[in-house]
Design a protein around this ligand. Structure first.
Ligand code: GLC
Ligand code: CA
Length: 564
């Protein structure tokens, strides 16, 4: 496999609205991000991915862009952005933008012009279609509920939106649209951004017949993913995008890819792939409900381990996956993946260890490094997320009580990840001096960055050590390029694997169970590189004396097995 500059980088996702507010208006902003660059550098971050900071009406929190060349005024100015870029660069960090080009905002000038002249040139930037028998062209349910087709006022036309009605889909079949997108991407790359995280990208290729599918819900609609899965040829668009933009700049790109077809992994992340990497969502996919959040299954350890291992095995020899515990669309990983007895700092360190040392590009999401958790709301009105509000209604319509619907949101809501970053024990967790735009999780008094920075055995300091180990001169090559071999796969509650480098084998082992477990090592232990319990010396002694290690409940260990 080809080597690239980004292979060993650690990335950190910032959700700007909730990261740090510099001017007391309750909304995080670019000056706030700027003020935390040293914090990120100290943590060991190389790449900062900013969720969208472009001008937007914020119907979907910035994933509805009304001008790709402007910074949202809520977040600051282009001068602030340029300063952030320069200051990150000065510290040896890169900025990656969010590229949202499946759709734009209905307030974007293109869509406004299309509405003004529905038979004109700009209508061709979107999917305007005539209805069938007084009905929309097809029966798709959008990702956020309701039909994907909304009427074009004053006509018998409908326009397509896979997400909210305020997010009309851009017509990638139109070469003029593609050219304008490429020009915009190059404009940002010329400015010096290192690359892009590419939003909802699988949706850009439509089945232009727009066939209807068998309804799969009480609303009489069928999931719009049926149409996406029936479309073919996305690779042509993505290769052109790469050729015209990313490749010229040696950019780093990470795709948000769901519903990929089988056997397409190499096309997406192989040496000549569309992207540098793409997120491994196999764990998240285990929690997809059959009908919505109200019937979403909870994580079962065995299925989770199997999904992770399968993804690792498939990517090996093909390319790198990007590994996450959580992001802005998911509940907090500590609340999702850890059983109740593990929902503490030791458990969170365990989760960090087994995730960050996987083969692939490590992504952290803001607040993960201090162990932020889901936030219990007492009323649906406290949520801001469009998806959450829809899913609450879906649950009620399915017969759930209000309490049950709220519980489904507590477990699954995207707002769990969007509550403001907990910087300190001061009012509003130190996020703002004003009124925060979204509830601050009241547990900021116990869980916050300032407290953890001052405590050597904190989760934050553990993350620093873990990242430093991953990037250390002695072991980076193994953690980056070494193979992935599952270990102790039939051992209950154990998530373990070997990372096999040219000259080293490193065992990463974690005990997710409630009781201690003993593992027989299949080679002499050279060194215990890290534990989440401070028991490095004890485990090394046991390994040398007995050829085994006993991991306590929620304990993890990283062990250098032998030097070949
Ligand atoms: C992606 C984003 C999500 C957004 C959606 C529509 O899934 O991560 O936050 O709502 O695309 O742009
Ligand atoms: Ca602000």
């Amino acid at each position: 496999m080809k080597k690239s500059w980004w292979n060993g980088k650690v990335a950190y996702q910032i959700y700007p609205k909730s990261f740090c507010d510099s001017n007391g208006d309750g909304i995080g902003d670019l000056r706030g991000v700027l003020s935390k660059l040293d914090y990120l550098k100290d943590l060991g971050v190389d790449i900062i991915w900013l969720s969208p900071v472009y001008q937007s009406p914020f119907v979907d929190q910035g994933y509805d862009i009304s001008d790709y060349y402007r910074i949202a005024e809520e977040f600051g100015t282009m001068e602030d952005f340029d300063l952030l870029l320069a200051e990150a660069g000065r510290r040896g960090m890169s900025i990656v933008m969010d590229l949202v080009v499946n759709h734009c905002s209905d307030q974007h000038e293109w869509f406004q012009k299309a509405l003004a002249d529905p038979e004109g040139e700009y209508a061709g930037y979107f999917y305007f279609r005539r209805g069938r028998d007084g009905q929309p062209p097809s029966n798709y349910r959008s990702y956020f509920g309701g039909s994907t087709w909304s009427p074009v006022p004053g006509t018998d036309l409908y326009y397509l939106h896979m997400f909210a009605p305020e997010q009309p889909d851009l017509n990638w079949e139109n070469p003029v649209v593609r050219r304008k997108i490429y020009d915009m991407v190059n404009w940002w790359l010329d400015k010096g951004v290192a690359g892009f995280r590419i939003d909802a990208i699988i949706n850009i290729k439509k089945n232009l017949d727009f066939p209807s599918f068998e309804p799969d819900g009480p609303d009489g609609l069928a999931a719009c993913t049926n149409m996406v899965e029936s479309a073919h040829g996305i690779g042509e668009f993505l290769q052109e995008l790469k050729r015209e933009t990313f490749a010229k700049h040696d950019a780093f790109t990470v795709g948000e890819v769901f519903n990929m077809k089988e056997d397409e992994l190499a096309a997406f992340i192989g040496d000549e792939g569309h992207f540098s990497t793409m997120f491994d969502f196999s764990a998240q996919a285990l929690t997809f409900g059959g009908h919505g959040w109200y019937d979403a299954p909870t994580i079962q350890f065995d299925a989770w381990r199997e999904a992770l291992f399968n993804a690792q095995r498939e990517a090996q020899g093909v390319g790198f996956l990007a590994n996450i515990i959580e992001n802005h669309d998911e509940p907090r990983g500590a609340s999702r993946f850890l059983p109740p007895y593990a929902q503490n700092e030791t458990g969170k360190k365990l989760l960090a260890t087994t995730s960050l040392l996987l083969r692939g590009i490590s992504f952290l999401y803001q607040g993960q490094e201090i162990g932020m958790t889901n936030c219990r709301m007492t009323d649906i009105s406290q949520y801001e997320d469009i998806n959450t509000i829809d899913q609450y209604q879906v649950a009620l319509r399915a017969g759930c009580t209000e309490a049950e619907a709220l519980e489904a949101c507590y477990l699954n809501s995207r707002d769990n990840a969007r509550t403001p970053m907990q910087w300190s024990g001061a009012a509003n967790g130190g996020f703002t001096t004003g009124t925060p735009w979204l509830v601050v999780n009241p547990n900021y008094r116990e869980i916050n960055a300032a407290e953890q920075a001052g405590r050597p055995d904190s989760l934050l300091n553990y993350y620093k050590r873990l990242i430093a180990l991953r990037k250390s001169d002695a072991y980076a090559d193994t953690f980056i390029y070494g193979g992935f071999v599952p270990a102790y796969e039939t051992e209950p509650d154990i998530l373990a694997y070997l990372r096999k480098g040219q000259e080293q084998t490193i065992l990463v082992a974690g005990n997710y169970g409630e009781t201690a477990r003993t593992l027989t090592l299949d080679g002499p232990a050279e060194q215990v590189l890290l534990t989440n319990t401070g028991r490095e010396a004890e485990l090394l002694a046991q390994a040398r004396d007995e050829g085994r290690i006993t991991l306590e409940s929620c304990e993890s260990a990283v062990i250098l097995l032998w030097i070949q």
